[in-house]
Each structure stands twice: as structure tokens, then as C-alpha cells.
Design a protein around this ligand. Structure first.
Ligand code: C2E
Ligand code: MG
Ligand code: MG
Ligand code: MG
Length: 281
């Protein structure tokens, strides 16, 4: 086994490299090269209001159309992107293209389906000038602030949260929303709730997967939903794979859901035809 590389900043938690991770010893396979060669792709997974199945938002999910390895999901290349310091570059690329795609979608649907796009923001990007990045991207693309939501989904230390807080507050005032991703698992902990002003929490798919089998997981979903209600936050569940899970979530009081049972991550073309068939509100 190769020795673990030291984590440079100590700020972000670098995801562990899975067995099948793309190794990037030379720049040829780096995320920077993927950007330069126009090999990144976006998929959009609908987020649905449970009570009427209306699509209220989509989450942008990045893929790498690798020249020899095929279409790669983030678990194949995020480790290398963190190690090489390319996550801000990747997040910028995603933000820019997600905003452009939403403008294109709005054009195709002739103004119907006023949905938000959720863009994941990694910890290294939280220490950059987020206000500048987001406001210039919105200006450049023409997407209104009320059509964008930022998902924070990795552990940041207190220093990073303190630095990012004012940026997120400024952005929130302009109409952008912040969602806390992977609640209850991973590294999104309760400090995010006390230091930032999120509008939504997304319950991690781990608990959704277990909730019908494990009373403990069911209790955790209930707890997070109650917590969200007390804090006046909206709550969404991720990883909904069955009708039974969806029904159980509705009983608990979860309002929004995302998962293969509702829709997989879609190309912009497939999203456009799904929304034009009247699934939107
Ligand atoms: P996430 O933000 O929690 O995104 C949800 C993940 O769950 C996605 O995996 C999605 O494809 C997957 N998923 C959706 N429905 C289901 C389901 O019903 N069951 C199961 N088991 N999984 C489902 P994906 O696309 O592989 O992304 C993995 C993670 O990589 C994301 O987790 C997010 O943390 C990160 N990520 C993805 N795209 C981006 C991006 O553009 N920028 C950044 N910074 N991170 C991203
Ligand atoms: Mg997410
Ligand atoms: Mg995640
Ligand atoms: Mg998640």
C-alpha cells in the first residue's frame, strides 16, 4: 500500500481513495486537464416535494468523461482533486455550467418550471472568496440568485466556518439558499447549524436506506426532522429508492425527497423532457 500523503492545509478532510480511484501521478489525468480538455459533464437529479411530486429543484452532480476509463463518478477522482488542490477549480466549473444550463432549461421550457439548482461546494472552496465567485457567475450567466442553492457537504473546521460565514450570509441576503448535505453522517456536524444560516438540511441516504429495517435509523430520521422543524428549516431526504421509504418519510413529516425511486441523475436533455411532460410546478 502506498504511504498516505500528508494533508496540506489541515482544513479539509480529504476523502479516502477507493480501490478503483484514478491515480494521478502526472498532470495528464488531473481534474485541471479534465477542465482544459472539456471532459467534465453534469447530471441533474430532481428534488421533489413529496405531497404533490412537484420538482422544486435539481442537484448538479459532476461526472468526468474520461478518454479511456469512461464516465467516472466523483468517488473515482475527488481524492486526487483534493490532493492536487483542484477542488475550487472543479467547483467553479460546476457552478458556471450549472447556471448556464439552468438558463438554457428556462429557455427550452419557456419560463415554466421555476426551479432552483443545488450546487455542491467543497471545503477548499469555502476558504476562497465565495461572494465574488458566486456573484460574478450569476452576473455572467444571468441566473437570478433565487434560482441557486449551495450544498455544503464536508467537514470544515471552526476557522473555515468562521471565514465562510460572512460570505454565506451575504449570499443568503441576495436570495441564494444554503443547504446542509449528508446530515447525520459524513462530517456535516451540528456546528454548521450553529455557525451558518442554512435554509435546508438533507438527511443522509445512509439513514434513509436503513430506516425501514433499523428502528435506530428510523429514530435518527425522526430526530433530524424534529430538529429541522425547531430551527424552522426545510428537510429533504436523499437516497429514496422505494415507495415504502417515501411513504415512511411523509409520515415522519419530511417534505422533500431525492433518489432513484423518483428520478436518477439526468442529462440536461432528459431533465428538459421530464419537466416539459408536466412534472414541474
Ligand atoms: P451528495 O451531494 O450527497 O449527492 C448525492 C449522491 O447520491 C450522488 O452521488 C447521487 O448520484 C447519489 N444518489 C442519488 N439518488 C440515490 C439513491 O436513490 N440511492 C443511492 N444509493 N444513491 C443515490 P454522486 O453523483 O456519485 O456524488 C457523490 C458525492 O460527490 C456527492 O454526494 C457530493 O458530495 C459529491 N459531488 C458530486 N458532484 C459534485 C460537484 O459538482 N461538486 C462537489 N464539490 N461535490 C460533488
Ligand atoms: Mg449534495
Ligand atoms: Mg455527499
Ligand atoms: Mg448527500
Amino acid at each position: 500500500h502506498p504511504a498516505a500523503l500528508p494533508i496540506s492545509s489541515g482544513v479539509d478532510r480529504v476523502p479516502a481513495p477507493p480501490e478503483h480511484a484514478v491515480h494521478t501521478r502526472d498532470g495528464a489525468h488531473s481534474v485541471a486537464a479534465a477542465v482544459a480538455n472539456d471532459e467534465l459533464r453534469l447530471r441533474y437529479q430532481p428534488i421533489v416535494r413529496i405531497k404533490d411530486r412537484a420538482v422544486v429543484a435539481v442537484e448538479a452532480l459532476v461526472r468526468w468523461q474520461h478518454p479511456t476509463l469512461g464516465l467516472l463518478t466523483p468517488d473515482r477522482f475527488f481524492h486526487a482533486a483534493h490532493q492536487s488542490g483542484h477542488m475550487p477549480l472543479l467547483d467553479q466549473w460546476v457552478l458556471q455550467h450549472a447556471c448556464e444550463d439552468m438558463i438554457e432549461l428556462r429557455g427550452s421550457l419557456k419560463g415554466a418550471a421555476p426551479i432552483r439548482v443545488n450546487v455542491n461546494i467543497s471545503v477548499p472552496t469555502l476558504t476562497t472568496d465565495l461572494t465574488e465567485l458566486v456573484t460574478t457567475t450569476l452576473k455572467r450567466t444571468g441566473l437570478p440568485a433565487r434560482r441557486l442553492r449551495l450544498e455544503l457537504n464536508e467537514g470544515a473546521d471552526l476557522d473555515t466556518l468562521t471565514r465562510a460565514g460572512p460570505h454565506l450570509e451575504t449570499l443568503t441576503h441576495s436570495g441564494i439558499e444554503v443547504a446542509l448535505d449528508d446530515m447525520g453522517a459524513g462530517a456535516t456536524d451540528l456546528r454548521y447549524l450553529s455557525h451558518l444560516a442554512p435554509r435546508d438540511i438533507k438527511i443522509d441516504k445512509l439513514f434513509v436506506a436503513g430506516m425501514l429495517i433499523s428502528p435506530r435509523d428510523h429514530a435518527i430520521v425522526t430526530l433530524l426532522t424534529d430538529l429541522a422543524r425547531r430551527l424552522r428549516l426545510r428537510v429533504a431526504a436523499e437516497g429514496v429508492e422505494t415507495a415504502e421509504q417515501l411513504a415512511a418519510l411523509a409520515r415522519i413529516g419530511v417534505s422533500y425527497a431525492q433518489g432513484y425511486h423518483l428520478a436518477p441523475p439526468l442529462t440536461l436533455t432528459d431533465l428538459t423532457s421530464t419537466l416539459s411532460k408536466g412534472h414541474s410546478s
